[in-house]
Design a protein around this ligand. Structure first.
Ligand SMILES: Cc1cc2nc3c(=O)[nH]c(=O)nc-3n(C[C@H](O)[C@H](O)[C@H](O)COP(=O)(O)OP(=O)(O)OC[C@H]3O[C@@H](n4cnc5c(N)ncnc54)[C@H](O)[C@@H]3O)c2cc1C
Length: 241
Protein backbone atom coordinates (compact mmCIF):
# COMPACT_ATOMS: atom_id res chain seq x y z
CA UNK A 1 0.00 0.00 0.00
CA UNK A 2 1.21 3.50 -0.88
CA UNK A 3 2.37 5.87 1.84
CA UNK A 4 0.19 8.91 2.37
CA UNK A 5 1.88 12.25 1.84
CA UNK A 6 0.07 15.42 2.87
CA UNK A 7 1.34 18.80 1.70
CA UNK A 8 0.11 21.86 3.59
CA UNK A 9 0.63 24.98 1.46
CA UNK A 10 -0.10 24.91 -2.26
CA UNK A 11 2.60 27.44 -3.08
CA UNK A 12 5.74 27.48 -5.18
CA UNK A 13 8.09 25.61 -2.86
CA UNK A 14 5.70 22.85 -1.83
CA UNK A 15 4.47 22.00 -5.31
CA UNK A 16 7.98 22.17 -6.77
CA UNK A 17 8.91 19.52 -4.19
CA UNK A 18 5.99 17.37 -5.37
CA UNK A 19 7.18 17.71 -8.97
CA UNK A 20 10.58 16.34 -7.97
CA UNK A 21 9.07 13.51 -5.91
CA UNK A 22 6.86 12.52 -8.85
CA UNK A 23 9.90 12.49 -11.12
CA UNK A 24 11.85 10.21 -8.79
CA UNK A 25 8.99 7.79 -8.11
CA UNK A 26 5.49 8.68 -9.33
CA UNK A 27 3.90 5.75 -7.47
CA UNK A 28 5.52 6.12 -4.08
CA UNK A 29 2.92 8.35 -2.44
CA UNK A 30 -0.78 8.85 -2.31
CA UNK A 31 -0.67 12.68 -2.28
CA UNK A 32 -3.11 15.18 -0.76
CA UNK A 33 -2.57 18.94 -0.92
CA UNK A 34 -4.22 21.61 1.23
CA UNK A 35 -4.03 25.19 -0.03
CA UNK A 36 -5.59 28.15 1.74
CA UNK A 37 -5.90 30.03 -1.55
CA UNK A 38 -8.72 29.02 -3.92
CA UNK A 39 -6.49 28.33 -6.95
CA UNK A 40 -4.08 25.87 -8.45
CA UNK A 41 -0.38 26.55 -8.07
CA UNK A 42 0.75 29.89 -9.49
CA UNK A 43 3.94 31.90 -9.86
CA UNK A 44 3.69 34.45 -7.07
CA UNK A 45 6.67 36.37 -8.45
CA UNK A 46 4.57 37.25 -11.51
CA UNK A 47 1.83 39.00 -9.55
CA UNK A 48 3.42 42.37 -10.36
CA UNK A 49 2.86 42.00 -14.13
CA UNK A 50 -0.73 40.94 -13.36
CA UNK A 51 -1.21 44.11 -11.33
CA UNK A 52 0.35 46.16 -14.13
CA UNK A 53 -2.11 44.60 -16.61
CA UNK A 54 0.67 42.87 -18.58
CA UNK A 55 -0.37 39.33 -17.68
CA UNK A 56 -3.50 37.53 -16.54
CA UNK A 57 -3.93 35.15 -13.62
CA UNK A 58 -4.23 32.30 -16.17
CA UNK A 59 -0.84 33.28 -17.64
CA UNK A 60 0.91 32.80 -14.30
CA UNK A 61 -0.51 29.37 -13.40
CA UNK A 62 2.33 26.87 -12.98
CA UNK A 63 0.11 23.84 -12.36
CA UNK A 64 -3.58 24.20 -13.05
CA UNK A 65 -6.20 21.95 -11.51
CA UNK A 66 -5.89 19.42 -14.35
CA UNK A 67 -2.27 18.78 -13.29
CA UNK A 68 -3.46 17.54 -9.89
CA UNK A 69 -6.02 15.28 -11.57
CA UNK A 70 -3.43 13.95 -14.05
CA UNK A 71 -1.08 13.11 -11.19
CA UNK A 72 -3.76 11.57 -8.95
CA UNK A 73 -3.28 14.30 -6.36
CA UNK A 74 -6.21 15.25 -4.16
CA UNK A 75 -6.34 19.04 -3.97
CA UNK A 76 -8.28 20.77 -1.22
CA UNK A 77 -8.10 24.35 -2.47
CA UNK A 78 -9.41 27.24 -0.39
CA UNK A 79 -8.96 24.98 2.62
CA UNK A 80 -6.77 26.18 5.46
CA UNK A 81 -5.26 23.61 7.78
CA UNK A 82 -5.82 24.67 11.39
CA UNK A 83 -4.48 21.75 13.38
CA UNK A 84 -1.94 18.97 13.15
CA UNK A 85 -2.84 15.97 15.29
CA UNK A 86 0.59 14.36 15.57
CA UNK A 87 -0.58 11.55 17.82
CA UNK A 88 -3.10 10.30 15.25
CA UNK A 89 -1.03 11.56 12.29
CA UNK A 90 -3.72 13.64 10.65
CA UNK A 91 -4.37 17.26 9.70
CA UNK A 92 -7.62 19.08 10.33
CA UNK A 93 -8.80 21.99 8.19
CA UNK A 94 -10.98 24.96 9.12
CA UNK A 95 -13.96 23.46 7.24
CA UNK A 96 -13.57 20.14 9.07
CA UNK A 97 -11.82 18.26 6.26
CA UNK A 98 -9.32 15.80 7.73
CA UNK A 99 -6.60 13.80 6.10
CA UNK A 100 -4.28 11.24 7.62
CA UNK A 101 -0.61 11.09 6.70
CA UNK A 102 2.51 8.98 6.90
CA UNK A 103 4.63 11.90 5.72
CA UNK A 104 3.70 15.56 6.27
CA UNK A 105 5.25 18.40 4.30
CA UNK A 106 4.71 21.93 5.59
CA UNK A 107 5.34 24.64 2.98
CA UNK A 108 3.16 27.46 4.21
CA UNK A 109 5.32 30.38 3.08
CA UNK A 110 5.15 33.63 4.99
CA UNK A 111 2.65 36.28 5.96
CA UNK A 112 3.07 39.87 4.80
CA UNK A 113 4.35 42.26 7.42
CA UNK A 114 1.77 44.93 8.20
CA UNK A 115 3.18 48.15 9.54
CA UNK A 116 2.17 48.18 13.24
CA UNK A 117 0.52 51.60 13.42
CA UNK A 118 -2.99 52.70 14.38
CA UNK A 119 -5.32 52.47 11.39
CA UNK A 120 -3.63 49.48 9.77
CA UNK A 121 -6.93 47.55 9.88
CA UNK A 122 -8.93 50.19 8.02
CA UNK A 123 -10.66 49.38 4.75
CA UNK A 124 -8.38 50.13 1.83
CA UNK A 125 -5.19 49.15 3.64
CA UNK A 126 -3.80 45.98 2.17
CA UNK A 127 -0.64 43.98 1.68
CA UNK A 128 0.78 42.71 -1.61
CA UNK A 129 1.12 38.98 -1.40
CA UNK A 130 -1.48 37.04 -3.33
CA UNK A 131 -4.05 37.05 -6.15
CA UNK A 132 -6.72 38.36 -3.79
CA UNK A 133 -4.54 41.40 -2.98
CA UNK A 134 -4.06 42.08 -6.69
CA UNK A 135 -7.82 41.83 -7.30
CA UNK A 136 -8.44 44.27 -4.43
CA UNK A 137 -5.89 46.71 -5.86
CA UNK A 138 -7.34 46.48 -9.37
CA UNK A 139 -10.80 47.14 -8.01
CA UNK A 140 -9.54 50.11 -5.97
CA UNK A 141 -7.78 51.50 -9.04
CA UNK A 142 -11.18 51.55 -10.77
CA UNK A 143 -12.87 53.33 -7.86
CA UNK A 144 -10.21 55.65 -6.45
CA UNK A 145 -7.40 57.90 -7.64
CA UNK A 146 -4.77 58.42 -4.93
CA UNK A 147 -2.63 55.54 -3.72
CA UNK A 148 0.08 55.61 -1.09
CA UNK A 149 2.59 52.78 -1.06
CA UNK A 150 4.50 52.40 2.17
CA UNK A 151 7.89 50.88 1.49
CA UNK A 152 10.31 51.71 -1.30
CA UNK A 153 11.79 48.24 -1.60
CA UNK A 154 11.38 45.97 -4.61
CA UNK A 155 7.78 44.92 -3.88
CA UNK A 156 6.71 48.45 -2.97
CA UNK A 157 8.08 49.83 -6.22
CA UNK A 158 6.49 47.01 -8.21
CA UNK A 159 3.13 47.71 -6.55
CA UNK A 160 3.55 51.43 -7.20
CA UNK A 161 4.40 50.84 -10.84
CA UNK A 162 1.37 48.57 -11.29
CA UNK A 163 -0.99 51.03 -9.64
CA UNK A 164 0.39 53.85 -11.76
CA UNK A 165 -0.20 51.77 -14.89
CA UNK A 166 -3.78 51.28 -13.67
CA UNK A 167 -4.17 55.07 -13.71
CA UNK A 168 -3.63 55.97 -10.07
CA UNK A 169 -1.55 58.84 -8.70
CA UNK A 170 1.00 57.10 -6.52
CA UNK A 171 3.16 58.38 -3.68
CA UNK A 172 5.81 56.01 -2.35
CA UNK A 173 6.65 56.61 1.29
CA UNK A 174 10.05 55.32 2.39
CA UNK A 175 11.59 55.32 5.84
CA UNK A 176 15.18 55.76 4.67
CA UNK A 177 16.90 58.24 2.36
CA UNK A 178 17.43 55.82 -0.55
CA UNK A 179 15.19 53.33 -2.38
CA UNK A 180 15.92 49.59 -2.43
CA UNK A 181 18.77 50.21 0.00
CA UNK A 182 19.38 46.48 0.47
CA UNK A 183 20.12 45.96 -3.21
CA UNK A 184 21.47 49.31 -4.43
CA UNK A 185 24.18 51.72 -3.37
CA UNK A 186 23.28 55.40 -3.07
CA UNK A 187 24.20 56.53 -6.62
CA UNK A 188 22.26 53.60 -8.16
CA UNK A 189 19.32 54.29 -5.90
CA UNK A 190 19.32 57.97 -6.91
CA UNK A 191 19.34 56.98 -10.60
CA UNK A 192 16.39 54.65 -10.05
CA UNK A 193 14.46 57.33 -8.19
CA UNK A 194 15.10 59.91 -10.92
CA UNK A 195 13.97 57.49 -13.61
CA UNK A 196 10.77 56.59 -11.73
CA UNK A 197 10.05 60.28 -11.09
CA UNK A 198 10.35 60.89 -14.82
CA UNK A 199 7.61 58.30 -15.31
CA UNK A 200 5.36 60.11 -12.86
CA UNK A 201 5.99 58.38 -9.52
CA UNK A 202 6.25 60.64 -6.46
CA UNK A 203 8.38 59.94 -3.39
CA UNK A 204 8.37 60.94 0.23
CA UNK A 205 11.71 59.91 1.69
CA UNK A 206 12.75 59.59 5.35
CA UNK A 207 9.11 59.69 6.34
CA UNK A 208 8.08 57.86 9.51
CA UNK A 209 4.46 56.73 9.31
CA UNK A 210 2.66 57.27 12.59
CA UNK A 211 -0.96 56.58 11.75
CA UNK A 212 -3.28 55.67 8.89
CA UNK A 213 -6.18 58.08 9.16
CA UNK A 214 -9.76 58.15 7.93
CA UNK A 215 -13.31 57.40 9.00
CA UNK A 216 -13.77 53.72 8.27
CA UNK A 217 -11.88 53.69 4.99
CA UNK A 218 -8.32 54.99 4.90
CA UNK A 219 -8.14 58.61 3.78
CA UNK A 220 -4.56 59.51 4.49
CA UNK A 221 -1.27 58.93 6.24
CA UNK A 222 0.02 60.94 9.19
CA UNK A 223 3.74 61.11 9.82
CA UNK A 224 5.78 61.50 12.96
CA UNK A 225 6.57 65.14 12.17
CA UNK A 226 2.82 65.91 12.13
CA UNK A 227 2.45 66.25 8.36
CA UNK A 228 -0.22 64.32 6.45
CA UNK A 229 -0.85 63.15 2.90
CA UNK A 230 -4.08 61.97 1.32
CA UNK A 231 -4.77 58.42 0.24
CA UNK A 232 -8.06 57.17 -1.05
CA UNK A 233 -7.16 53.84 -2.48
CA UNK A 234 -4.39 53.09 -0.05
CA UNK A 235 -2.10 50.24 -0.95
CA UNK A 236 1.26 49.00 -0.14
CA UNK A 237 4.05 46.69 -0.19
CA UNK A 238 4.05 43.73 2.14
CA UNK A 239 2.86 46.39 4.50
CA UNK A 240 0.87 49.20 3.11
CA UNK A 241 -1.45 52.11 3.47
C1 LIG B 1 4.69 40.36 -5.80
C2 LIG B 1 5.81 39.45 -5.38
C3 LIG B 1 6.98 39.43 -6.10
C4 LIG B 1 8.03 38.59 -5.72
N1 LIG B 1 9.16 38.60 -6.46
C5 LIG B 1 10.17 37.76 -6.12
C6 LIG B 1 11.37 37.71 -6.91
O1 LIG B 1 11.53 38.45 -7.89
N2 LIG B 1 12.34 36.84 -6.53
C7 LIG B 1 12.19 36.00 -5.45
O2 LIG B 1 13.09 35.20 -5.16
N3 LIG B 1 11.06 36.03 -4.69
C8 LIG B 1 10.07 36.89 -4.99
N4 LIG B 1 8.94 36.92 -4.22
C9 LIG B 1 8.85 36.02 -3.06
C10 LIG B 1 8.40 34.62 -3.50
O3 LIG B 1 7.16 34.72 -4.16
C11 LIG B 1 8.30 33.74 -2.28
O4 LIG B 1 9.59 33.62 -1.70
C12 LIG B 1 7.79 32.36 -2.65
O5 LIG B 1 6.47 32.45 -3.17
C13 LIG B 1 7.81 31.47 -1.42
O6 LIG B 1 7.27 30.20 -1.79
P1 LIG B 1 6.57 29.31 -0.71
O7 LIG B 1 6.00 28.12 -1.43
O8 LIG B 1 7.51 29.07 0.42
O9 LIG B 1 5.39 30.19 -0.12
P2 LIG B 1 4.09 30.77 -0.82
O10 LIG B 1 4.30 30.98 -2.28
O11 LIG B 1 3.69 31.91 0.03
O12 LIG B 1 3.03 29.61 -0.67
C14 LIG B 1 2.56 29.19 0.58
C15 LIG B 1 1.11 28.81 0.42
O13 LIG B 1 0.69 28.18 1.60
C16 LIG B 1 -0.62 28.58 1.89
N5 LIG B 1 -0.89 28.36 3.32
C17 LIG B 1 -0.37 29.01 4.38
N6 LIG B 1 -0.83 28.49 5.54
C18 LIG B 1 -1.67 27.48 5.18
C19 LIG B 1 -2.48 26.58 5.93
N7 LIG B 1 -2.50 26.59 7.27
N8 LIG B 1 -3.24 25.68 5.25
C20 LIG B 1 -3.24 25.64 3.90
N9 LIG B 1 -2.48 26.47 3.14
C21 LIG B 1 -1.72 27.39 3.77
C22 LIG B 1 -0.63 30.06 1.51
O14 LIG B 1 -1.97 30.50 1.30
C23 LIG B 1 0.19 30.02 0.21
O15 LIG B 1 -0.63 29.81 -0.91
C24 LIG B 1 7.89 37.76 -4.56
C25 LIG B 1 6.71 37.78 -3.82
C26 LIG B 1 5.66 38.63 -4.21
C27 LIG B 1 4.40 38.64 -3.39
Amino acid sequence: MKQKLVLVGNGMAGVRTLEELLKVDPDKYDITVFGAEPYGNYNRIMLSPVLAGEKTVEDIMLNDEQWYIDNNITLHKGTQVMEIDRVNRRVIARDGTTSSYDRLLLATGSNPFMIPVPGKDKDGVIAFRDIQDVDTMLQAAGDYKKAVVIGGGLLGLEAANGLMKQGMDVIVVHLLDSLMERQLDKPASALLKASLEERGMTFLMEAVTEELIGNGRVQGVRFKDGTEIEADGGHGRRHCA
